[in-house]
Design a binder for this molecule. Structure first.
Ligand code: NI
Length: 157
């Protein structure tokens, strides 16, 4: 396992569409292990592969219950709304207020390429939307209402 460098906003890798993973390979397993390590080192809530420079559809989320690996995630359902502060490891020290669904159901594959569905509310729902956006080349700043502000500590994804 190794730490990977987190790309920051302005790096064009963060604006690209990511490709689906067709089969699990040693290289992708290593990517996932490295992303988990990198996420914890950064004290983040989520990390998507393009944030470490890899244009593949993988994201890791941990809202405090252990790492969730999402390979090829697809959002199936959303409902409700939450409006609040959001940050990103690719834009450290900043946050902004973003509207997100308060409930999200996602289908994905795990690191064994087994399909599962996951339901999340509040922070988990927000993190799922944030990471899936990264896989499409989008940053939360595109959705911020009212401008960015400086933060000393923020749950970043
Ligand atoms: Ni992010």
């Amino acid at each position: 396992m190794a730490l990977r460098t987190i790309r920051t906003m302005g790096d064009e890798v963060l604006t690209k569409h990511c490709r689906e993973i067709k089969e699990m390979t040693p290289r992708i397993r290593e990517l996932i292990d490295d992303m988990v390590e990198t996420l914890y080192e950064a004290n983040g809530v989520g990390l998507a592969a393009p944030q470490v420079g890899v244009l593949k559809r993988v994201a890791i989320i941990d809202v405090g219950d252990g790492p969730i690996v999402l390979v090829n995630p697809v959002i199936l359902e959303t409902s409700g709304e939450q409006f609040g502060s959001e940050g990103c490891l690719s834009l450290p020290g900043k946050a902004g207020d973003v509207s997100r669904p308060n409930y999200v159901k996602v289908r994905a594959l795990d690191q064994e390429m087994q399909e599962f569905e996951l339901e999340g509310t509040e922070l988990l729902a927000r993190a799922i939307c944030h990471e899936v956006d990264h896989l499409e080349g989008h940053m939360y700043v595109e959705k911020v209402q009212g401008g960015l502000y400086d933060v000393e500590f923020e749950e970043e994804a």
